[in-house]
Each structure stands twice: as C-alpha cells, then as structure tokens.
Design a protein around this ligand. Sequence first.
Ligand code: GDG
Length: 736
Amino acid sequence: MSKTIIISNRLPVQLQISDGGLTAIPSVGGLATGMKSVHSGGESLWIGWSGLTEEDTPEALESDIDKALEQHGCAKVNLTAKEIEGFYFGFSNRTIWPLFHYFLEYTEFELEFWNIYKSVNQKFADAIIEQSNEDDTIWVHDYQLMLVPQMVREKRPNTSIGFFLHIPFPSYEIFRTMPWREEVLEGLLGSDLIGFHTYDYERHFLSSVRRLLGLDVSFNDIYLDHRVIKVDSFPMGIDYKKFKDAAMVHEGKSKENRSDLQIKLDDHKASAPDTKLILSIDRLDYSKGIAKRINAFEYFLNKYPEYKEKVRLIILAVPSRSNVPQYQLLKKEIDELVGRINGELSTVNWTPIWYFYRSLPFENLIDLYTNSDIAWLTPLRDGMNLVAKEYIATRTDKTGVLILSEMAGSAYEMNEALLINPNNFEQQADTLKRAITMPKEEQMARNMFLQNRLERYNVEVWANEFMNALNRKSEGDETFVSQKMTNAILNKISKEYSTAKKRLLFLDYDGTLTGFHKDPQKATPDAELYTLLDKLHNDKNTTLFLISGRDKQTFTKWFLDKKYNMIVEHGVWISTDGEPFKMLENVKGEWMEKIKPVLESFVDRTPGSFIEEKNYSMAWHYRNTDPDFGEKRATELNTVLTSLIGNDGISVLNGNKVMEVKSSNVNKGRASVRMLGEDDYDFVFAIGDDWTDEYMFQELPETAVTVKVGLKKTQARYFVENTKRVRELLQQFTET
Ligand code: GDG
C-alpha cells in the first residue's frame, strides 16, 4: 500500500534519556498537530533528526530508539555534532534564515557550511529513498531541506513530491546575493508542488526562477523540461479547537487547580484592577523584533505618560539557537534593555516589563493568552506567526486586541487586527493607546471575524489542502488537452507511417528540431540533424517540409543544397527540390516602413531585445530581456501595434518570446493546407512548439498526426517533452 512520507529537520517526538532508560514523548507543536490527519496509522512515516547527535546516543540504546520512534510512526536520520554545527547552526541558521528574513548584515556565505548542508540533505534524501516506494507521496518541510526534492527526484523520477517553506521567500534582489542560489532553486524544483504561506513569497520565488534559471512560468506553473511544477500559497492555520478548549478549561478551573503563574496573575489583577496587560511571545530571534518592541514601549510611555503604572508588558522570549553568535548578542541586548527601562521607570508599585526567558508549559501559555488584554507582536519579518492566531483562539468571550506587524505572513489573513509597521514608533505608540481604549464592542466585532476564519481554516484543513493539491497534480494535469506521446502511441503511429504510401511531413525548426539560442543565427543545424533529415527526405514516399517563421536567406544557406522542401516567413516563401525561393502568397510590404520605427523605439527602451527583419514581416525578439520587463513591454507593444495597424490586412503574432508583425493572410496553417491539396496523401504529420504552429494543428484535417513540443496548452493531438524526444520520434520513423 502506498504511504505518505513526511520529512522535516526535527521529528515530532522528543527523546529523553535518563538513568540509562529512554522515553519518547510526542511533541505538541503546530506542525505535528496539523499533520495528524496526514500522519496517521500505518500509512505514513515521518523522517527527521531525533535531536540527539550520534555522539550523544549510547550505542546500547540505538535499537531501543528505533523501536520507540517506530511506535510513533517515525524513523531517524543520524547526524553527528559536526553535521549539526555546519548544517543546522551553520547554513540553515547563519545563511538561509537571516537572508530569507532580509537580515543581509547577519548572513554568512561560508563554503564549508554549504558543503555540509548539501551532504546532510543527501542523507535525508537517502533515508527517504531507502524507506519509500515509487508510489509513495513525499512531503518535505522547510528551509533546512531545500535540496532534498531534487535529490529524491533523481532516483525516483515518478514519485509525487511536495515541499512547503515555513519562512518567507525573499525578493529576487535579496535572494540573488547567495552564491548557491541556482542550486537551491534547482533543489526545490525537484518537487511537483511548492507551497508558501503567502502569495508574496510565491511571487518572489517565481520571479527568482524566471530570472536566475530563465525558465518559463505561466501563472503559477513552472515549465522545466518535461515537467510542470505547481507553486501555490497555503496559509498555515492552527489547531483552533485545542486552544479554544484549553481556554474554556482554564476559565472553569477552581482556585485550587490554578497554576502558580495564574495565582500570581490573579494577585496582580486584584491589586491593580485597572492595569492592562500587554503580551508578547516569541522565540528569542532577531526576526521577531523584540528589542525594537521594547524601545517602542519606552517611546509609548514617554509619549503618553498617563499610562505609567496603568500598563504592563509581559515578554515571553523562548530560548532559541543559542549556539549562533547573533542570538547570544541579542539576548544580551534584550537583558540590558529590560534592565535599563525597568530601572529607570519602575515605581514601588509597578514594574513596566515582566520578562521571562524560558519556555513555559502549554498550561502557562494559556494563562498568559487568556489574561492579557492586548497581544503585541512586532516581527520585522515572519513567515506566518502562529502566536497571533493562538491568542485570538483563546479569547472565549471575544474580547482582547491584537496588534500585529504587517511584516508577518498572518497579517494578510488578519485584517481585523490593528496592523502596524514595527519600525514606526509613533504609529505603535498611538496604536497601543487605541488598543487600551478600544470599546469592548469593537474588540468583539473584530475578533468574531478573526475567530470564524481561524476556526474554518485550521491546521488540519491546511495540511489536507496541500495534500489534495499534490494528489491532484500527480493524477494528471488538467491544463493539457493533448495526450502525451507515449512509446505505445509512437509505435502505433510508426506502424501507420511504415504502411503509408504517400506521406507529408511538416517540421518546425526552432524549438522543435533544435533548441533556442540567444542569437538565432547561431542555432545552426548539427550533423546529427542533417543525417536525420536526409533519411526522411530521401524516402521517395515522403514529402518533407521544413516550415518556419525564419527568413529565406538563412534557410537558403543552411538547407538549399540539401534540396529539402521549405516554407519560410510563416508561408510567404516556398522552395522545393533545391529551387530558389519563390512567393507562395502574394503579400505587400509597404507597411513595414511605418512599423519599423515603432519596433526600434521598443528596442531602444528594452535592453536585450532586437528586431529581426524578414522580407515581408518583422519580428521583435525579447528572449534575452529581463523576463518581467520583457513581458510588460510586449503587452505595451501589442497595444501600440494593434491600434496602428487597424484593418490594413496586417496582424500581430505573439510567439514564444517574440512578437511578429506580418500580413494576415499568411500563416503556417494556410500554407500547410495548400501543400496538402497538391497530392493524395495518406499520412500527414505536423510538429512544432510555438503559438504560430497552432495554425497548422487547427487547419490540418483531423486525421493528421499533430504534435506539440513542450507542455503548453495546444490544439495538437499529442505532445512530446523536448527537442531530444522530437529527434527520437523522427528517428523511429526512419527505422520502420
Ligand atoms: C516558524 C516561522 C511560522 C512559543 N513559546 C512557547 C510555545 N510557543 C509556541 C507558540 C507557537 C510556536 O511556539 C511559535 O510559532 P510561530 O509561528 O510564532 O514562530 P516560529 O517558531 O518562528 O515558526 C513562522 C511557523 O514556522 C509555522 O510555519 O508561522 O513564521 O518562523 O505555536 O505557541 N509553546 C509552549 N511554551 C512556550 O513557552 N508550550
């Protein structure tokens, strides 16, 4: 039976070794909960690091550990202390984490870290391959494992692989500074589906893919060789019920069952009933903006001194990555800031900041959420921020105000919160005042919307939506109307080819018989291609046409000697049997003088673009421009040209990174149908990659074998993946 394999850096189980014995406790984190529906029964396996380095694992316990993990549906990847240092504390947390959170100044580009990151990713990929079958579904999580999808794909070309990034994907301008940027993108592109928290991260990723790898992207599909990779946003939710239920239990607790922390909070409330509690909870991480928040709090107290002794800020900073120097410095900075502000502003009755540097049990987390009037979360960058969602879920009476940074992914879904820019102290001081004075009715109205949304789109829904999208993807892509040319189909067609008495073949050149080149003049035919075309052409039962948008001079140079039949400029010119080109269509070219200056002005304003002048048409190529800019200019040019040409019998063709202006009555469809009428053919074949080839696919009779090169929407009956496959196909024709 096929299974789901989940892979993350850490397993959702914590191992504890004490007195030589072993306990495995399932962790209660958001991801572990969210994956419950996916990670259930014997149909799934979770692979990750156990949290113990090889050095810390007593050999005698090895098999006990494996057994204990197995009971929780987990399997471990063994890592040494050196690997953890280079892979986790190094590349993951000193390169990727700061870079992806826009902290360029903290980003270290160390070759040593990168090499260890690669080898540890390979270890994870090997573990997956060892423990999975071809028909399993694989879901890889987060920035520590970005190379894993491609590493698995190499060994398992047909397995369904999903990847989810829990942190932001930065803009291209930031991402491109990384020395190993292409490798990281290629690693991710081993997936079938790549998920992000927000549309912005998705957009940034697609932009880097286009600019750095030059791949075609259409909406949220990336075209890579014979594969289409889907990119989408899935904003992660929380286990809403768990937080809501915990808050209800908390409310109903008798005095003697309350936690020590709750008792202290009760005492505090009794002694200062008007004091508002403002809460912030984060891992101690520079991306969370804790130091700035403390400074902004001081600013607020100075701007609105009437709130001194009337508010208290509770900071829960959970220790994190304390091996990384930047985190040690931040800890020191926060300790000092809290010390200074409390020292300067405290009174006998009041300490402005309560600061906890520790991780608290879940029960205490609920104590804090339910007792705080305001949650104030000010990350400078945050992939999502689940604390914001958890606070709202625990507000059973719907009161409470959430102040949330715009820089958190959750801000996109939490519009009813008070959204702030964490760098704007003035705005934050005013927002704090607004939160403190906000009428209860307004608080409740805002939270009602937030709660409904969070309850609906909870973490289980999130996980299921991702898995459903991945399954849909592997079941076949609905965007293709044509059928893949499988070996079985090819064999059948080859048989028809071999028994046919009169065959007619139309072969497009660029992107079909040969790949694209930055300079079209350099996309010259190679020896293998000539041999192949010779074989086809020399068969007396076959009429072969090269049919192209190219100019006649170039094809004369490349193919006239060979006596292949040729149709160029989309059907303006024809040459048969080695004769010089003559006109196939009666076209006029006076319009060209008018259009040329327009195209020239676009060339001047679009670096990398150029004009190709043919006898009766003109093409503006933008393959070598910045992809986004090129598309934008192409749209602009289309509008300009369409308004200029009016009803002059001229039309604009939007090809693959090229816009061509030409006479309307000329196209490959019309030309191919004319050739078809010249004799009684019993096998007709047309193949091409471009939009301009669609004319042939449309106009040739239904009995014709029409083939699109590449995975784009098409009117052709079949598709093949790339030019290599085109040549294999033609080769098979010659052999039958
Ligand atoms: C990364 C991304 C993204 C916190 N303190 C305690 C405690 N917590 C729990 C919270 C919450 C979780 O930790 C923190 O989650 P966040 O989402 O806020 O932040 P990161 O840890 O940075 O997570 C982030 C997330 O991945 C998911 O994709 O949202 O943007 O950076 O669940 O409740 N739990 C307990 N004691 C504590 O003291 N028990």
